[in-house]
Design a protein around this ligand. Sequence first.
Ligand SMILES: Nc1ncnc2c1ncn2[C@@H]1O[C@H](COP(=O)(O)OP(=O)(O)OP(=O)(O)O)[C@@H](O)[C@H]1O
Ligand SMILES: [Mg+2]
Length: 390
Amino acid sequence: MTPDRAAPTALDVDAVLDDRGTAIVICCGAGGVGKTTTAAALALRAAEHGRVVCVLTIDPAKRLAQSMGLSQLDNDPREVPGVGGASGGRLFAMMLDMKRTFDEVVERHAEPVRARAILANPFYQALSSSFAGTQEYMAMEKLGQLREPAAPDGSPQPWDLVVVDTPPSRSALDFLDAPKRLGSFLDGRFVRILLAPAKAGGRAYMRVFSAGVGAVTGVLSKVLGAHLLDDLQTFVAALDTTFGGFRERADATYALLQAPGTAFVVVAAPEPDALREASYFVDRLAEDAMPLAGLVLNRVHATEAPELSADRSLGAAELLDERGEHPLAAAVLRVHADRMQQIARERHLVRGFTATFPKVAVAQAKALASDVHDLDGLRAVGRSLAGEGS
Ligand SMILES: Nc1ncnc2c1ncn2[C@@H]1O[C@H](COP(=O)(O)OP(=O)(O)OP(=O)(O)O)[C@@H](O)[C@H]1O
Ligand SMILES: [Mg+2]
């Protein structure tokens, strides 16, 4: 037998949540691993430990949203009733409305007339609701707003902890990369080429430079349609004068992620792809000097009978089969053997991760029997993460 690799250090979830210095918790990870569930479970647990928390969720399942009192996309956090009790903690929750957040950015930074023009622009409308990266950018933008001491109407924001879920991207890295990509797209050469004619007075410019830049925009105008190109040029020109550069804005929001008090939680399922994705992300956080609290391993399997090994269980099932006795018991023994093998595979994967990242602490949440769609389900995930068992 090969010597067993060391088990991971346990991530003390409660220590992170109870530390008043923790101001932002960001749950990242590959698609479908449980980011939304983890974000909501951590936020609820922190609130029940006495903190005043706001959780920013992205595309939560409908039943989960309803259980937090969220019935529609709503860009303002709402208090979740029945949370906190004697601890004094409170929980506010919201679902990100990507388009509305983008509109708010425009409305906050542009003169009313210009803002109206941008909002009505078809290119803006397409970009704000569907451009790849917009959701990630807007999640960061919203996080920035939630961390401001006062709401736009001037009232103080009550929470001292913001827990952020991240969009359902294929790759966890998209959350960090997409805003910069969007920023450099809007600030980049492509757009500057498009922008030049608008700055120099529209179509007249195209006639003068018909051989150079004009040729590029000419082709583009055939591909995109002259109208769309005009829309894009006017839109970018308006944004440019309004924001003085999207990239700088993306950079500023990015800096928030490196600020003291931010804790990244990388969520993964105990599966090779999700753990590989988590490894890339852990490397990247280190490169970018972003603080990692640890890895959340979600939907880990467990058994009530750990002393009965897979081999013994299978052997007993075979014996029963041979004798033609107790078919139901034999079936249960086989299920148990499968479960034990799965637990062994999961353990092996986690130890592989820990061998590469010995300093990354790990918290595990058991796979519950059913989906997590209410506050009790979230509480159970929270307890499991904190190592309390259930
Ligand atoms: N520990 C768990 N036990 C049982 N079910 C779980 C657990 N964690 C998450 N789930 C379920 O798995 C599904 C996916 O979870 P979730 O929506 O949190 O993932 P996600 O990472 O946010 O997905 P996406 O990338 O699509 O946003 C949901 O139906 C959720 O209820
Ligand atoms: Mg999600």
